[in-house]
Design a protein around this ligand. Structure first.
Ligand code: NAD
Ligand code: TYD
Length: 377
């Protein structure tokens, strides 16, 4: 079946994996990558598919309601997969307005344009879909009541060897929203708007909340690519606080596959949590990265441990994220595919093999920004 799909934020980290998957898997679809190309957007992420006949790039700000409404009409859009967002918690602490503007007002502009266009059609919302990609951070922070770790209730293919849970509660689809950072507050607000468009106007919407992603093409302000690059360049590794915070990591291609499954088979007005039961304390994860980079670069074991530098903690730093994705696994049969240690090794190798991609980003302008950002830490 032919479909006309807009993927917003397709030049970013997760979006580029989603665009690649859809363009390669569905030659009969018309895939439009809509992206403003902020500092985080990079068309180099999509070099391998940019010439495919079913792919088109449109440079646009999601806040531009008029332009998006026109695009909906011109391209007869029947599906929207919305990933465009400001995505970095540290930036949101410094500049919350940009987060409210893009994440809240931008999402609202897309919803309203989609509503006007779809309601103008004879078939109205039939066969249409507005799929909003969100984060588990909207649920707030979980307690760390088992700091030494306990046997987790589930394991998946993504769970690391000797995998532990650091508390006995998890984020479920029914967990009450309780965002703490300006980033998660803006994402929570946009999730509410999406659900409001279903409840008020009957728009066919879906929201998914995913745990931390890792893998190729992630902007090197985020923990994993930043630290891989710093280890390679013998630069300090700024560990916030004591490094005890826990994050639940999922390989980005597994997230993209989940998005594909949910876009096509997910039930309207449902929420699905996406994650692989793979909790890590930051400091343990950092040690795995050090070990992996040192091994690949031929350094003696422990060579880069001296780069670990404990710095002032992030304001309002959430203690623990851990997501329960049982609903998605049971209802739609999605499973993560890549075990964490394999995923980290694959990721480290990708960044080391693609140094030009990294150096293009980290040179010049960005280096200055990064220095300002970390001034005083
Ligand atoms: P990213 O920062 O790498 O990419 C964001 C993309 O959105 C960039 O290409 C940027 O140019 C584009 N963009 C930003 N503002 C825009 C605007 N006003 N108009 C059009 N395009 C704009 O982000 P990411 O890590 O790939 O995250 C993508 C989505 O997934 C976000 O909505 C994020 O909240 C969500 N998410 C991310 C994670 C994660 O671990 N990275 C986990 C769960 C959910
Ligand atoms: P990050 O990749 O920014 O993702 P998020 O804040 O959305 O979880 O950070 C992951 C974890 O790593 C988080 O607990 C903060 C921590 N962190 C550091 O300790 N040092 C750093 O330089 C960065 C960027 C993050």
């Amino acid at each position: 079946m032919k479909r006309n799909i807009v993927i917003t934020g397709g030049a970013g980290f997760i979006g580029s994996h989603v665009v690649r998957l859809f363009v390669n898997k569905y030659p009969e679809y018309n895939i439009i990558n809509l992206d403003k190309l902020t500092y985080a957007g990079n068309l180099a992420n999509l070099k391998d598919i940019e010439d495919k006949p079913n792919y088109k790039f449109v440079k646009m700000d999601i806040c531009d309601f008029e332009a998006f409404y026109q695009l909906m009409q011109d391209e007869k859009i029947d599906g929207i997969i919305h990933l465009a967002a400001e995505s970095h918690v540290d930036r949101s602490i410094k500049d919350p307005f940009t987060f409210a503007k893009t994440n809240v007002m931008g999402t609202l502009a897309l919803l309203q344009a989609a509503k006007l266009y779809w309601e103008s059609l004879p078939e109205k919302y039939d066969g249409k879909r507005f799929y909003h990609i969100s984060t588990d951070e909207v649920y707030g922070a979980l307690s760390m009541n088992h700091p030494e770790g306990i046997e987790p209730p589930f394991k998946t293919a993504a769970s690391s060897e000797g995998h532990k849970a650091y508390g006995d509660d998890f984020f479920y689809e029914t967990t009450k929203y309780n965002p703490h950072s300006p980033y998660s507050a803006s994402k929570a607000s946009s999730d509410h708007f999406v659900r409001a468009y279903h409840d008020t106007y009957g728009m066919p919407t879906i929201v998914t909340n995913c745990s931390n992603n890792y893998g190729p093409y992630q902007f090197p302000e985020k923990l994993i690519p930043l630290f891989i690059n710093n280890i390679r360049n013998r630069k300090p590794l700024p560990v916030y606080g004591k490094g005890e915070n826990v994050r639940d990591w999922l390989y980005v291609e597994d997230h993209a596959r989940a998005i594909d499954t949910i876009f096509h088979e997910g039930r309207i007005n449902e929420t699905y949590n996406i994650g692989g039961f793979n909790e890590w304390k930051n400091i343990d994860l950092i040690k795995v990265m050090i070990k992996t980079v040192d091994k690949i670069l031929g350094n003696p074991e422990g060579h880069s441990l001296d780069l670990i530098t404990y710095v002032t903690d992030r304001l309002g730093h959430d203690a623990r994220y851990a997501i329960d994705s049982t609903k998605l696994q049971k209802e739609l049969g999605w499973e993560p595919s890549l075990q964490f240690e394999e995923g980290i090794e694959k990721t480290v190798r990708w960044y080391l093999d693609n140094q030009e991609w990294m150096d293009n980003i980290t040179s010049g302008e960005y280096e200055k920004y990064y220095q300002d950002m970390y001034k005083g830490r």
